[in-house]
Design a protein around this ligand. Sequence first.
Ligand code: ZN
Length: 241
Amino acid sequence: MRYIILSDIHGNLEALTAVLERAAELKPDGYICLGDIVGYGASPEEVVERVRRLNPIAVLGNHDSAVLNEREAFTFNRQARDGVSWTRAHISEESRQYLKSLPLSRRLDSVFCVHASPSKPEEWTYLLSAAATVEHFAAFEEQVCLIGHSHCPLIVKMTEYGPSELKGPTEWFTPDGRYIINVGSVGQPRDGDPRAAFGLLDLNDGVVTLLRAKYDTAAARRRIISAGLPATLGDRLLDGS
Ligand code: ZN
């Protein structure tokens, strides 16, 4: 089976459209969505609809959760909180119910899927480096754990000698290794590359590939601003910051 991995789309329809065009060319067997479908971007309803149509193996993100439950936004910064409140007012009951149906984690053959961290998904911990992942490998049994949340691509291989960060873009799984993989964010990359980030997981060959798709960041920014969302949410799309 070959899966397209999507994470942190954040209501960015322009980015998702570009990614799905590239993804279709790769003819995947299915899609995995690692949460934060909404929040920040100006098209939450359209994005939820398109994601639902993919029938993905999907998990809940912290922004999805905050749209459902106001108290969850308590720890967010001002812009994120404004984005969540705006989103709450701009999605249908049907989309809300879809977000509500998403679990915190899912298992799929040899893969564990979670938005933030495998050990305590509900605490929304950021795994930003190989060192930070060490204690989390004990929290799943599968060979591979897919995460999102940080909006920065990261591939960590754990062997008996400890963790190491692999640079990609293509990495083959070896029997001596277990992996925690973040393919980055579709709708709000934060690694200095404004192109939409996604991934291809090939379970037949045991390989993951980090991919990028160029899209019209200026158009996504314009719509964020005209929707009345904080301008910084649009500005950061231009340089992937
Ligand atoms: Zn996110």
